[in-house]
Design a protein around this ligand. Sequence first.
Ligand code: PRP
Ligand code: URA
Length: 213
Amino acid sequence: MRAVLGRSMSYTILKHSLAEHILSRLRDVGTDPETYRRLTKSISQLLITEAARDLPTKSVTIQTPLEATSCKQLADDLVVIPVLRAGLGMLEAALDILPGASVGYLGLERNEETSAASAYYSKLPEIKDKMVILLDPMLATGGSAEQALDRIYSGQPKNVKLVCIVAAPEGMNLLETRFPQLDIICAALDRELNSKKYILPGLGDFGDRLYGT
Ligand code: PRP
Ligand code: URA
């Protein structure tokens, strides 16, 4: 499904049997951290492949063993940025698919009482005029993504895509208001947040499940 909200923010909910299967295992309370890391990498490969579907290309001439032919290659420099901690689980998949990308890191943590995110680390490469792919498996209130995107857009990238696994309507609505130029790719748009701002039905605390904390 691909939908356009408001002026131009777009979101894609990946329709793929394998992604649905993996997501069911990620939701399952019985899935252990070792399996969780493997499943996170697998679903991230599908999501990042989808995110890369319309990356700009340029024509190049390639010599095959038989003759010269015109081909397409990716045109722009890429930067992938995982949000620590949970986004780290998606990074290896991104670099397998986009091995030439530079990597930036943003550390953001939600306060357990207020759910407000605060930044504790930032190390970004040059992102001016580059294609940026932001990785964070959970979009709940949207507060973490909002802070990450404020930081990224201040660097004047050419385009930004947010790849997440599960999104909530509350987070989608916030990002639509704040960043109409953003593209979001996710595996599921869940129902709502609970009183502690966890996604329902969701899958719990992603970072805890990924790292066994
Ligand atoms: C999780 C998740 C997002 C954030 C989403 O991180 O990885 O960054 O929550 O929630 P929000 O949309 O309401 O901001 P968390 O703060 O739990 O940190 P962690 O990845 O270090 O566990
Ligand atoms: N962060 C998570 O890890 N899970 C949620 O449901 C919400 C925020």
